[in-house]
Design a protein around this ligand. Structure first.
Ligand SMILES: Cc1ncc(COP(=O)(O)O)c(C=O)c1O
Length: 354
């Protein structure tokens, strides 16, 4: 099925063969690198050399960590790169489309727009979950990719796994489940357990959230080997830098730190919810399975602007479908959250007494 969905030119593409595809040891005089060294010294790293195009050491580490064959793993420059690559593998510009379930993460549509690929939109239901009937009735065979974000950004909730399975079974599309925020929920919330059953399932993950590594730009996907091979076929030869690879290995020697971050963030999220409940003018605090909270608040835009004026930046999401007057607050440190509430308190008391 996968092969049938891939664009013809990608199937026929003769990929670029880079120097390090062939040889990575010996006297390397094949890639016009600087044989004398690098102006930057980093212990244990040869920054004058191009990095491994096959991402082997990282794939092997991740494979052991996840218990998934390394041939089913691919790393991208953030998960954003993988979103773009998937669109380029499967969607013929001007002909095919993707489907997004709104409101959701904006990059799916932007990446499609950049590639001149249409986005079909179906709304999430009143609980911000999948309306399977609406998806199935809007589906057509031009829709090559369906993006599902679980937990969803910005609504913060997990999507129903049975509904995801229904779409995996009943559509002839690649179903991309973006699990950027999965570290903030229980392990069994992930769709990773479905990966052997459904060749049309792609799971996206990132090191930008719980791992605290947004600056190194690293995401990965878990998918059928055939999809992984296409990703390798079209990516830029050396997409993952040596510095990123080093940070990845350092991160894996310090996994407990990630777990500590998650528990601190969850504790602080509880604090925020308690404080929000004490404030006037808040219409709704949506349940959160993530490191952020979505709230519905009177005059959302002006509240966001007033906070920003005093240096506290949260995200106004009120222009997204069904999110009128909604703001998204990322969990900060305790000190940051105290400052947020001191200011919010002043703004809202003033608003409510005018
Ligand atoms: C749902 C979702 N997916 C992907 C990303 C992008 O992740 P990365 O930093 O790995 O490109 C984000 C970033 O905010 C996100 O919210």
């Amino acid at each position: 099925m996968i092969n049938e969905l891939v664009r013809k030119n990608i199937k026929e593409l003769k990929p670029y063969t880079s120097a390090r595809d062939m040889y990575s040891r010996g006297i390397l005089l094949d890639a016009n690198e600087n044989s004398f060294g690098s102006v930057v010294e980093l212990k244990g790293e040869s920054l004058n050399r191009y990095p491994d195009p096959h991402q082997m050491s990282m794939r092997e580490w991740l494979s052991a960590y996840l218990g998934i064959d390394y041939q089913r793993l691919f790393f991208g420059v953030g998960s954003d790169e993988i979103i773009d690559l998937l669109i380029r593998i499967f969607c013929e510009p001007g002909i095919d489309s993707i489907m997004t379930l709104e409101p959701t993460y904006g990059m799916y549509k932007v990446a499609a727009d950049i590639n001149n690929v249409k986005s079909e939109t179906v709304l999430l239901n009143d609980n911000f979950d999948i309306d399977t009937e609406a998806v199935l009735s809007s589906w057509n065979n031009k829709i090559k990719l369906i993006f599902l974000c679980s937990p969803n950004n910005p609504t913060a909730n997990l999507l129903n796994k049975q509904s995801i399975e229904k779409l995996l079974l009943k559509t002839r599309s690649i179903i991309v489940v973006d699990e950027a925020y999965i570290d903030f929920v229980e392990d069994d919330a992930s769709c990773i357990g479905l990966i052997n059953q459904y060749p049309n399932l792609v799971i996206l993950r990132t090191f930008s959230k719980a791992w605290g590594l947004a600056g190194i730009r690293l995401g990965y996907c878990i998918a059928d080997e055939e999809i992984i091979n296409y990703l390798f076929k079209i990516k830029a030869p050396y997409n993952i830098s040596s510095l990123t690879r080093k940070a990845f290995h350092d991160a894996f020697s310090n996994i407990s730190k990630k777990d500590e971050f998650v528990s601190s963030i969850l504790k602080e999220k509880q604090f925020i919810i308690t404080e929000l409940n004490k404030l006037p003018g808040i219409d709704k605090i949506f349940p959160s399975d993530t490191n952020y909270i979505l709230i519905k608040i009177k005059d959302a835009r002006s509240v966001q602007k007033k906070l920003a004026y005093d240096g506290i930046i949260i995200r106004d999401r009120s222009n997204q479908p069904n999110l009128g007057d909604c703001l998204r607050i990322t969990v900060g440190t305790h000190d940051e959250n105290i400052q947020l509430f001191n200011l919010l308190h002043k703004i809202l008391i003033k608003n409510n007494t005018l």
